[in-house]
Ligand binder design. Sequence first.
Ligand code: CA
Length: 245
Amino acid sequence: MTRAPHQILVIEDEQGLREALRVLLVREGYRTIEAATAERAQIEARNHKPDLLIVDLGLPDGDGLELIPRIRAWSPVPIVVLSARTLEEQKIAALDAGADDFVTKPFSAPELLARVRAGLRRGARAPSGDVPLGFGAIRVDLVARRTHGAHGEIHLTPVEYRVLESLARRGGMVVPQRVLLREVWGPDRAQDTRGLRVFISSLRVKIEPDPRRPRYLVTETGIGYRLCPDDPVDAAANAGASLER
Ligand code: CA
């Protein structure tokens, strides 16, 4: 049985890098479409409905951070950001804008390909059923893939949701970093605890009353993370253990 190859839209204004990405992806059996500008990218995305987007953040006619929400407005296509930017807040901004993942330049071919595979797996994953999972005021609906807090729906990026889902499925049990990494990104990225912390931080901003003193999503220093029930005693006990960096 043969399946049609996945189609990937590469949005990158540096011609040499664009060509290198094309060679790399075609060698892996993917089909590629290319765009050198944000405007062209939107046209190609609409015309071809690719399976995944690789988006450079620095484009001549606009920031990738502006392009991503425009794509997100009509498509759930997996988006992998390619960026020379190393600041965590800029990566979080890309994820908040709707990107699924990021690769920082300079990147290795195996790293990029691993992100592409992970993105394609996520794009193909069927929703799994279960009753809503709760912790404190937070409810995670695994069927609808939505999260609600005390003040209504909490809008999470796809990766944020997967981290929360992975944690929520274990109730209050600790989830080791490597388990979380494997479930969210696959085995290729099992060492990227720094990347995980970026998503834990952005999740806390969205679900915690005080993100600097987490009460729901707490760190087990040196082990991993857990979701805590809304218990003031637990919250106080965990506050001291949840400082990072
Ligand atoms: Ca660029």
